[in-house]
Design a protein around this ligand. Structure first.
Ligand SMILES: Cc1ncc(COP(=O)(O)O)c(C=O)c1O
Length: 478
């Protein structure tokens, strides 16, 4: 263990760039030679192989030039917690497999629900990530709506009612794809998700939400949930939660808030007000492994009314008999779609107990401030076109070459920039599309990244962009 810890410490401290730029086929060759039927000679060889096959070319989120996806560098108390929870290997499905672990998770769920303001009947459970939390939200919303239909007892026992094809989920056009995925998994299909237009700031357009609801009514469709996003994946935009909740209340609709990304604002000393209205939600997704600087996986799903979690409760004599519930034994499996489940809560627990919520929340504030300081650098530069005013910590923009090029050529230039940066390991940036055009994206979640780092990456983007354009025009004239 000590040798392994030394190896990882040396590796992490010695990282010079976020990525070596290795391509899949280059790394694959080394894997072809591994024979898993035979063990290696000794532990040194195991470590050497680990370095060669994984550590050497891994993508390092703690490097200041990793500015791509919603991955955060992680806080040290959480790493210690990983060691503890894996060593003890508690499983959080039942009390008789976890004891105190159950209360640690429950206390964190109660704390998060209180931070949201969900009220005294709230409850929830840790999940593997935002995708699973959103799936749970759609499952509960679906069953909540179906179980109210006359003549239909419950989805859990009878399956979906005959008119399930009329169910619809309303969410903004820039919400996370796990909403569509959930609809498919739940037997409703992608087509059950109606995209609501977003405004210039990439927030759900309320007039369009109203239009979609009116259309649903006119067509006899059954809106089963409105999914608002607090921190969209690309733009970090927060939907108008207060207004959406008023519409949901008026229409008696389930409101889910996907705060996988923006959930970190719950402990922000500066920007908590951006989540105003989240307290009206029927359910909420929070990803601690994004804006709470926790190792993957660490996430939660919360509901306003604890009884709704009954839609996923199933009793087994060997595990969680009903009699235990009657006796008051807290078996968390009654609230989860998983059975065996990691004690991920311990990471957040040790982090809060070591650092405190304010210090943790300040890390997220710091990257939001960094994003706001970077925005004018991009906005004022004629070589860049920025797609939005940032609200959290992403910047979506593209390089515009000096030469007059077609839209397709500008797209190709931006794809090439991203590849060139990744290949050189100079920086890892993300890419996305806005109105069908290719953009670059910074997701800033590393408090160690400085404005200087970002200025350097912007210069490198311009350099690679200009180089690509020259190369292409040289090829065209050959
Ligand atoms: C807004 C939003 N919701 C949900 C998810 C899915 O979360 P996870 O990757 O933890 O499953 C993401 C991931 O980036 C996200 O940005």
């Amino acid at each position: 263990m000590a040798q392994g810890a030394e190896c990882i410490k040396k590796t992490l401290l010695g990282i010079e760039k976020p990525y070596t730029g290795i391509l899949p086929h280059e790394l694959k060759r080394q894997f072809d030679e591994v024979n898993l039927d035979e063990k290696l000679g000794n532990f040194n060889e195991v470590l050497e192989e680990l370095k060669a096959l994984y550590l050497k070319d891994a993508v390092y989120f703690h490097h200041p030039h990793y500015v791509a996806h919603l991955n955060c560098p992680i806080v040290i108390p959480a790493i210690l917690a990983e060691l503890v929870l894996s060593s003890v290997n508690s499983s959080l499905d039942t009390w008789d497999q976890s004891a105190g672990g159950t209360y640690i998770e429950q206390k964190l769920i109660d704390w998060t629900a209180e931070r949201i303001g969900l009220g005294s009947e709230a409850d929830g459970v840790f999940t593997s990530g935002g995708t699973q939390s959103n799936l749970m939200a759609m499952l509960l919303a679906r069953d909540h709506v179906c179980n109210r239909q006359a003549g239909h007892l419950s989805n859990k026992t009878q399956g979906l009612p005959a008119d399930f094809k009329r169910l619809r989920i309303l969410t903004s056009e820039v919400s996370h794809f796990s909403v569509q995925k959930s609809a498919a998994i739940l037997g409703l299909g992608y087509d059950a998700v109606i995209p609501v237009r977003s405004d210039a700031r990439k927030k759900m357009d309320l007039a369009d939400l109203q239009r979609v609801l009116d259309e649903c009514e006119a067509q006899g469709l059954i809106p089963m949930a409105v999914v608002a996003t607090a921190g969209t994946t690309d733009f970090g935009s927060i939907d108008p939660l207060e207004d959406i909740s008023a519409i949901c209340r008026e229409k008696n609709l389930w409101m889910h808030v996907d705060a996988a990304y923006g959930g970190g604002l719950l402990i922000s000393p500066k920007y908590r007000n951006h989540l105003a209205g989240i307290e009206h939600a029927d359910s909420v997704t929070i990803d601690y492994h994004k804006s709470f600087f926790q190792p993957v996986s660490c996430s939660a799903f919360l509901v306003r009314d604890r009884h709704e979690l009954g839609h996923v409760t199933c009793h087994a004599d060997y595990l969680n008999p009903k009699s235990q519930t009657q006796e008051g034994t807290p078996n968390l499996v009654n609230k989860s779609i998983q059975t065996t489940r990691r004690f991920d809560a311990l990471k957040l627990w040790m982090t809060l107990r070591t650092m405190g919520a304010n210090a943790l929340g300040s890390l997220f504030d710091h990257v939001i401030d960094l994003t706001r300081a970077t925005y004018p650098l991009i906005e004022r530069d004629p070589r860049f076109d920025i797609a939005h005013v940032p609200e959290l910590s992403t910047l979506v923009f593209r390089y515009i070459p000096e030469a007059a090029l077609t839209a397709e050529q500008i797209d190709a230039t931006n794809v090439a920039i991203r590849k060139a940066l990744s290949r050189s390991g100079r920086a890892v940036v993300a890419g996305t599309k806005v109105s069908g055009r290719q953009y670059l994206k910074f997701t800033l979640l590393n408090p160690m990244t400085t404005l200087d780092d970002l200025q350097g990456i912007l210069e490198a983007i311009k350099h690679e962009g200009a180089r690509y354009v020259i190369q292409q025009s040289a090829l065209a004239t050959c």
